[in-house]
Each structure stands twice: as structure tokens, then as C-alpha cells.
Design a protein around this ligand. Sequence first.
Ligand SMILES: *[C@@H]1O[C@H](CO)[C@@H](O)[C@H](O)[C@H]1NC(C)=O
Ligand SMILES: *[C@@H]1O[C@H](CO)[C@@H](O)[C@H](O)[C@H]1NC(C)=O
Ligand SMILES: *[C@@H]1O[C@H](CO)[C@@H](O)[C@H](O)[C@H]1NC(C)=O
Ligand SMILES: *[C@@H]1O[C@H](CO)[C@@H](O)[C@H](O)[C@H]1NC(C)=O
Ligand SMILES: *[C@@H]1O[C@H](CO)[C@@H](O)[C@H](O)[C@H]1NC(C)=O
Ligand SMILES: *[C@@H]1O[C@H](CO)[C@@H](O)[C@H](O)[C@H]1NC(C)=O
Ligand SMILES: *[C@@H]1O[C@H](CO)[C@@H](O)[C@H](O)[C@H]1NC(C)=O
Ligand SMILES: *[C@@H]1O[C@H](CO)[C@@H](O)[C@H](O)[C@H]1NC(C)=O
Ligand SMILES: CC(=O)N[C@H]1CO[C@H](CO)[C@@H](O)[C@@H]1O
Length: 447
Amino acid sequence: MGLVLYKLTRFATIVLFGLFCCSFTSTDAYDPLDPNGNITIKWDIISWTPDGYVAVVTLFNFQQYRHIQAPGWSLGWTWAKKEVIWSMVGGQATDQGDCSRYKPTPPHCCKKTPNIVDLLPGTPYNQQYSNCCKGGVLSSLVQDPANAAASFQLSVGRAGTTNKTVRLPKNYTLMGPGPGYTCGAAKVVKPTKFYTADKRRVSQAMMTWNVTCTYSQFLAQTAPSCCVSLSSFYNDTVVPCPICSCGCQNNITHPGSCVEPESPYLASVVSAANKNSPLVRCTSHMCPIRVHWHVKLNYQEYWRVKVTVTNFDYRRNYSDWNLVIQHPNFDNLTQVFSFNSESLTPYGTINDTAMLWGIEFFNDMLVQSGPLGNVQSELLFRKNPATFTFDKGWAFPRRISFNGDICVMPLPDAFPHLPNAGFQQYVSLLTVIMISASTFAFTYAYT
Ligand SMILES: *[C@@H]1O[C@H](CO)[C@@H](O)[C@H](O)[C@H]1NC(C)=O
Ligand SMILES: *[C@@H]1O[C@H](CO)[C@@H](O)[C@H](O)[C@H]1NC(C)=O
Ligand SMILES: *[C@@H]1O[C@H](CO)[C@@H](O)[C@H](O)[C@H]1NC(C)=O
Ligand SMILES: *[C@@H]1O[C@H](CO)[C@@H](O)[C@H](O)[C@H]1NC(C)=O
Ligand SMILES: *[C@@H]1O[C@H](CO)[C@@H](O)[C@H](O)[C@H]1NC(C)=O
Ligand SMILES: *[C@@H]1O[C@H](CO)[C@@H](O)[C@H](O)[C@H]1NC(C)=O
Ligand SMILES: *[C@@H]1O[C@H](CO)[C@@H](O)[C@H](O)[C@H]1NC(C)=O
Ligand SMILES: *[C@@H]1O[C@H](CO)[C@@H](O)[C@H](O)[C@H]1NC(C)=O
Ligand SMILES: CC(=O)N[C@H]1CO[C@H](CO)[C@@H](O)[C@@H]1O
């Protein structure tokens, strides 16, 4: 009877865990941890010119934890009429297009579908615009709100010269830097008001429109780029990342898709021409990033976890990396020793997710694979006696993402378990039911 009940609850937990994880890997643009996350692009016409207007375009990253890393964003659109860009500051079109019919000075860009990128740091002052020139890098709202916006200014010709004759550009595209963002149609909104620094004068844009872009990992069509491994003080087993989490080693179809650390060719391959493509160390998971969660210590009122993020890519440094981790005990996170942390609470009542990121100049840069290619920190949680247990893998995270991409987890069945798990069924039955119930509540709330 006891055994049957035990098996039933165990089965239920596994099923619910399954539901739980699948509700997260769902492929639509909606992110339950960041339901309002978007990048909003705002155009403010600040003055009219004889043949068009001068506009300031600003990208705001309203996403909690997804940032845009090097080589940065690029923004494209389709002009509605025969507009040209006479000049730009704080950004540039990647392709001038055919400007042969303009003299004496050709426009900056004559393409019907211009594609704009940010300028690089160190751009001369006369080509800068406020918030520009960061090489297209945009921080996330939680990690660095001051650097979550970028702007450039452009002077548009052959366009309307009143708010009745201007046609809004269509078909906005945003790369960040890869695919994944879809942009909606531009919408005219109330003109932006600009205040002087002393707030004693306000001016306003001639006309303003907004475009909202949202991210979907499905559209990005990237293979997973990160996986999770687990261990604990109470069981010697180290549960590795699932095999082929991010792809399989395949010498036949992809020779050279990874490199062995002892390989005599390592140095030459790493410095080879194609520096932008990843080059991962050969592992069974083939991921560029592995997050290891080790349940380290058990105190009377607290317990302690060590989190290590390892970079297996020989060609890539991750600046301003971030982790988002979900575990029910994050409502009582007491101390994070060497990362920054902030709780992400999309639903006020469920406080189970935290964002962790590096400390500036200390470990905000996760350098390329090698002896220094990792960052680590310990987390101290206060136990809530009603829910705390080492049983049934409770101490392990429910979900982890690195830089906004979900990491592949081992199956709950493989989690290290207490040596005498089978004999604790009566003691832990209530706990199991509570976990199942709360898991169910999460599943319900998040789908
Ligand atoms: C974009 O994000 C902002 C800030 O979170 C939010 O106010 C706005 O409603 C969002 N826009 C859309 C279309 O979701
Ligand atoms: C255009 O300007 C007029 C007068 O300032 C204003 O009433 C109208 O709402 C504006 N239209 C748009 C689309 O901004
Ligand atoms: C917008 O882009 C889509 C796909 O690239 C294309 O089919 C469509 O014709 C474009 N619309 C305009 C107005 O350019
Ligand atoms: C337009 O975008 C700006 C800046 O992102 C935002 O403050 C404003 O609320 C947006 N307006 C609408 C109607 O979404
Ligand atoms: C790939 O090649 C290396 C070296 O030639 C070999 O050690 C390794 O076992 C091979 N891996 C597979 C999956 O065949
Ligand atoms: C990564 O950073 C280290 C230390 O700052 C630097 O030596 C190395 O060249 C960088 N590697 C890449 C691929 O950018
Ligand atoms: C969530 O938990 C963290 C860590 O204990 C705490 O700092 C934060 O205030 C909590 N947030 C809410 C909305 O309860
Ligand atoms: C440790 O956990 C593994 C499951 O990952 C299990 O197979 C093994 O029996 C456990 N070890 C002990 C000593 O119970
Ligand atoms: C033991 C303990 O501190 N429990 C607290 C955990 O967090 C929840 C919600 O923040 C509190 O209600 C508990 O008292």
C-alpha cells in the first residue's frame, strides 16, 4: 500500500515535472518570465526640412534579462515612398545603394530597404549622438537600465513635410544580432515631450511613432547553447549534461566541428580566419556553456549551493552574461556571494525566479575556454520548513537560462537522490504532495 502510494506520487511528480518543463519550452513568443518583454523602437520627428524631416530613432530594450551582445543590433525597414537618407549621426546604413542620380553630394543611403547599425566606441564626437556608439550592444532592463537604450539621428529627404504627408516606414526588421525578433507595424502615438535638464522648459516632437519587436527562441531557430549538470554533497554521482544537448560530435559530416583541448592544432585553429564562428571544446554535450549546480552544504536553518558557469567556446568571450534560475527557494535567497542578483517576479505571488549576473570588473566577463573560462558563486538560502527537502531532487533548479536562452536540463529522474530515498516515503509523503501541488500551480499559472 505504502509502496503503491509512493510509486504513484513519484509518477505524478515526474508527469508534472514533464508538464512543467514543456510549458516552458513552448515555442511562441510569449515568455512567462518576462510577459511584457519587448524592444520598442520610437521615431521622433524633431524638425521639418525643405524636402522631408529630421528624426531621432531610439531603441529601448524593455526586456528584463535578454540583452543584445556583440556584434550588436541592426535595424531595417522598407520606405513607403521614395525616401532617401541624406545624413546620419550615431548610426550608419550598411549599404549606400545606388545614389548615382543625386548630385553634387550623394545621400548617405538610397536603398528602399536601408539597414542601420550602431557606430563603434571611439567614434569622433561630431558623429556621435546620445546613447550611441556602443557597437550595437544593448543591456537588459534589470542588468543595466542606463545602457538599455540606443539612439541615432537621421535626415530623411523626398518624404512628406507635414504630419499628414509623412508615410510611416513598413516592414521593420530587427536582428539582435541573429534572427529571433519580429516587429509589428508602426503606430502613431502621442508626440514625445522633451524636458530640459532643469525641467523648466518642455518641447515636443512634431510627430512620433512606435514599433514593438518581440523575441521568440523558436524564430531564432538556434540549437540550445547551454546545458545544466548537477551534483550534491549527499550523493557522489555527478549528473552530467544530457548527451548531445547542443548537438553531437560528428567526425563524418562535420569534421572539425569541435576541438580536443590537448590537440596540438588548438592554437592555430583558434586564431584561424573565421573568428566569428564558434569553436567548442569536444564534449559529450557539445554546448558552449555549461551551468553546474552543486548542493554544497546543509545547515540547520540554511542550505548552500555553488553555481559554476563554464565556457567551452575557444573563440568567444561573453561580456555582461546573465543567468535566470528558477527554484522555489528563491523567495528566501539570503545571500549571493560573488554575483549580482535580482528577483524576477512576473507574478507577484510566485517569487521563485532570480536573475544573476557578474560583478563589474570582477566576473562580468566570462572569458573563452581555458583555465580562466568560468565564473562561480555560492548562494545561501534560508529553509522554509514547510517545503524544504533534499528528497526527490527538490534542491535542484527547475529551469535555467543563460543570456536568455533556455539550458537543457537532465531529466528529473536522473537527479542525484538521497541514498535512502526509498525508506523515507512516509516522512516525505506530505512534502511530495506539496511539491506536486505547487508544481501544478506553477504549470497552471504559466500556461
Ligand atoms: C513593451 O514593453 C513596455 C515596458 O514593459 C510595455 O509598457 C509595453 O506595453 C510593451 N508593448 C507591447 C506591445 O507589449
Ligand atoms: C498633426 O498635427 C495636427 C496639428 O498640430 C494635430 O492636430 C494632429 O493630431 C497631428 N496628426 C498626427 C497624425 O500626428
Ligand atoms: C515585407 O516583407 C515581406 C517578407 O520579407 C515581404 O513579403 C513583403 O512584400 C514586404 N512588404 C513590403 C511593403 O515591402
Ligand atoms: C512609445 O514608446 C515610448 C518609448 O519606448 C514609450 O514610452 C511609449 O509609452 C510608447 N507609446 C505607446 C503608445 O506604446
Ligand atoms: C572523432 O575523431 C577523434 C580524433 O580523430 C576521435 O578521437 C573521436 O573518437 C572521434 N569521435 C567520434 C564521435 O567519432
Ligand atoms: C577574451 O578576453 C581576453 C582577456 O580580456 C582576451 O585576452 C582575449 O583575446 C579575448 N578573446 C576573444 C575571443 O575576444
Ligand atoms: C522575492 O524574494 C527576494 C529574496 O528573498 C526578495 O528580496 C524580494 O523582495 C521578493 N519579492 C517579492 C515580490 O516578494
Ligand atoms: C545517487 O543518485 C543516483 C541518481 O542520479 C542514483 O542512481 C544513486 O543510487 C544514488 N547514490 C546513492 C548512494 O544512493
Ligand atoms: C523561513 C522563512 O524565512 N520563510 C519565508 C520565505 O519567504 C516567504 C515569502 O517571501 C515568507 O513568507 C517566509 O516567511
